[in-house]
Structures are given as structure tokens and as C-alpha cells.
Design a protein around this ligand. Structure first.
Ligand SMILES: *[C@@H]1O[C@H](CO)[C@@H](O)[C@H](O)[C@H]1NC(C)=O
Ligand SMILES: *[C@@H]1O[C@H](CO)[C@@H](O)[C@H](O)[C@H]1NC(C)=O
Ligand SMILES: *[C@@H]1O[C@H](CO)[C@@H](O)[C@H](O)[C@H]1NC(C)=O
Ligand SMILES: *[C@@H]1O[C@H](CO)[C@@H](O)[C@H](O)[C@H]1NC(C)=O
Length: 311
């Protein structure tokens, strides 16, 4: 009896003497990271939490997840997240971990040296069907009379439901599903001068949801009368060029010839009565002097004399 009491006292004494040092050792018991939540936009899922602060130390975190299958059939087995074991940022991209449209749970613990905190889990399970879908960014392009649309590439699950119509009374809306972003899609061959409008929404079939429609964008097809005017204008230009250029060249050559070898009516007294032979040699000389004249002539003078010639 006495022995029993003594051992009980000893036990209490041991507890009282041993625990306080243990407590002081664990004075910095690492708290579990609080405020877990999943932010999901356009099927990209980011798990965040509030950081655990230990002055002068870097706290790391590890993330694990559990889908419906693990929860119900593998006795609550947890799987380490693909990218987030011992990371120092208080967020984790869990997009690649979520592969089914079922309820997922996540848990995070803080790690400091050899210490680990308890796990903290999501307050509400996460299903990717709650992702926020933004309306798509699109570009409409006019290639001649072809109306072409292009969407940004938003990843493998995204399709685009395009609605388009000709802007005129009692015209019908038309639909087209564009299977992927990042490529050019022909919508319609437009009528000349008509205006066409386009709007679109994203559709994600695996979660059976779609976004709101984006802003309507309109574009006007080329007008045929404009085209006609253009053709007329350019052909007139061509005709002017075809006729005008030879005329100009002819005029220039005339000018050169006149400034070179002006036709002067010689007085009778100066008329050559010699043999043709002599005449030729004279002409030769004449031409040579002409050449010299041409070389010293300034372009300004040339121009002035040409103007005079023309007028
Ligand atoms: C803590 O995280 C950083 C950055 O992710 C890493 O480089 C470092 O090795 C981690 N520390 C431990 C103890 O795992
Ligand atoms: C998250 O991961 C996905 C898939 O690997 C990637 O497409 C996306 O850009 C990442 N998001 C961020 C914010 O890093
Ligand atoms: C997501 O799926 C769950 C289970 O199938 C369903 O109960 C919930 O209403 C869905 N939520 C949305 C936003 O579609
Ligand atoms: C596409 O949008 C139209 C409304 O403009 C809607 O009637 C149709 O059901 C949508 N299609 C899909 C596959 O969502």
C-alpha cells in the first residue's frame, strides 16, 4: 500500500519535473496553417492559406489531397500534391491534382526544421464545377469578304459557343461551336456592304457549365460601290501612266534635240553650196559642239526651256 502510494508520488513528481522542460522545448509549438481555401478561375485551381509566422525562421508547408474515391474506398488515404511538398509560399497550384468533377478535400501542415504542425483542412469540400468562368477574349478579323474569329487559348477543356448575325431586319442568329482557342475559324462569307456582329461564351462540358457572353463586336464588309470606285480610280491612273509616260519621254527627247541642235533658218548667203562630202564633215563638227553645250547646261535651265517649249 505504502509502496503503491510512493510510486504514485514518484510518478507525479516525475511528471512535474520532466514536463516543464519539455514544454519550454516545445514553447514554439507550430500552429497549423489557418484559413484554407481554393480559388478557382477558368479551371485553374489555387489552394491558399494564411502563413505561419516564426520570427527569424522560414516555415515551409506540405499539401495533400483526397478525392471522393480515396475518402470512401481507401480508408481516407491522402495523396501528396504534385507540386507542393515542402514549399515556402503559402499557396499551391492544385490544378493538376484535380482530375474529376467530384468533391475534393485538401490539408496543409507547417514544417520548421524537424517539427511539423497539425494538419488543417478545408472547411468546405471543393468541386471544380464551382470554378469562375470568364467570358472569352476574342478577335474578329476581316479577310476580304471572309469573317474570321480567333479566341485565346484557355486550355484543353474550353470550347466557344459563337453567335453571329447579319445586322438587318429579320435576320437570323447563327451558332457555331469552336472546339479550341488559339486558331483562326472561318464564320461566314459576308455580303458586300453588310454589317455582321459576333458574340461568344466559353463552354466547359466536363462541368456542364458556360460563361456569360462577351461584348458584341461588329464589322462591316467592303462595299461593292467603293470597290468599283477603287477599280475606276486605279485604272484611270494606269491609263494616265500608259499615255502620259511616252508623251513625257517624247517631249524630253524633243527638248534635248532642240537645245542641242536648234533648227535655225540660215540666210541664203550662208547656204552651203559645197559638195555633200563637206556638208557631212561640217555636220559632224556641229554635233560635237552640240555635245559640249549639253554637258554645260544646268538642269534648271533645261527645265525652264522645256516649260517654254511646252507653253
Ligand atoms: C523550404 O522551401 C524552400 C523553397 O520551396 C526549399 O528550397 C527548402 O529546401 C525548403 N526547406 C526544407 C527544410 O524542406
Ligand atoms: C497552374 O497550373 C496549371 C497547369 O499546370 C497552369 O496551366 C497554370 O498556369 C498554373 N497557374 C498558376 C497561377 O501558376
Ligand atoms: C457541382 O456538382 C455537385 C455534385 O454533382 C452539385 O451538387 C452542385 O450543384 C454542382 N455545382 C454547380 C455550381 O454546378
Ligand atoms: C450557344 O448559345 C445559344 C444562345 O446564343 C444557346 O441557345 C445554345 O444552347 C448554346 N449552345 C451551347 C452548346 O451552349
Amino acid at each position: 500500500m505504502v509502496l503503491k502510494e510512493a510510486s504514485a508520488y514518484l510518478g507525479v513528481w516525475l511528471l512535474c519535473t520532466l514536463i516543464p522542460p519539455l514544454l519550454t522545448d516545445e514553447a514554439v509549438i507550430l500552429p497549423a496553417p489557418p484559413d484554407l481555401s481554393v480559388h478557382s478561375t477558368n479551371m485553374k485551381h489555387i489552394l491558399t492559406w494564411s502563413p505561419v509566422i516564426v520570427p527569424g525562421e522560414t516555415v515551409n508547408y506540405s499539401v495533400e489531397y483526397q478525392g471522393e474515391y480515396e475518402r470512401y474506398y481507401t480508408s481516407s488515404h491522402w495523396i501528396p500534391s504534385s507540386w507542393c511538398s515542402s514549399i515556402s509560399t503559402p499557396e499551391c497550384n492544385v490544378t493538376d491534382d484535380i482530375t474529376a468533377t467530384v468533391a475534393y478535400n485538401f490539408r496543409v501542415k507547417a514544417i520548421l526544421g524537424t517539427q511539423s504542425s497539425a494538419w488543417s483542412t478545408l472547411k468546405e469540400l471543393f468541386n471544380r464545377n464551382s470554378t469562375v468562368l470568364t467570358s472569352p477574349r476574342m478577335k474578329i478579323i476581316k479577310d476580304g469578304y471572309h469573317l474570321i474569329v480567333e479566341f485565346e487559348d484557355m486550355g484543353p477543356y474550353f470550347e466557344f459557343n459563337v453567335t453571329y448575325w447579319k445586322k438587318s431586319p429579320n435576320s437570323q442568329e447563327l451558332y457555331k461551336i469552336v472546339r479550341e482557342g488559339g486558331s483562326l475559324e472561318h464564320l461566314v462569307t459576308m455580303e458586300a456592304g453588310a454589317e455582321y456582329c459576333v458574340k461568344a461564351q466559353t463552354v466547359v462540358e466536363i462541368i456542364e457549365r458556360s460563361s456569360a457572353f462577351n461584348q458584341v463586336e461588329c464589322i462591316r464588309a467592303q462595299d461593292e460601290s467603293h470597290l468599283l470606285a477603287l477599280v475606276l480610280f486605279s485604272s484611270t491612273g494606269l491609263i494616265l501612266l500608259v499615255v502620259g509616260l511616252p508623251l513625257f519621254i517624247w517631249k524630253m527627247s524633243q527638248l534635248l534635240r532642240y537645245s542641242c541642235c536648234p533648227v535655225v533658218v540660215l540666210p541664203d548667203t550662208l547656204k552651203i553650196t559645197d559638195s555633200p562630202q563637206k556638208l557631212i564633215s561640217c555636220k559632224k563638227e556641229d554635233i560635237e559642239t552640240c555635245d559640249t553645250v549639253v554637258r554645260v547646261m544646268y538642269s534648271e535651265e533645261l527645265f525652264r526651256s522645256w516649260i517654254q517649249e511646252t507653253l
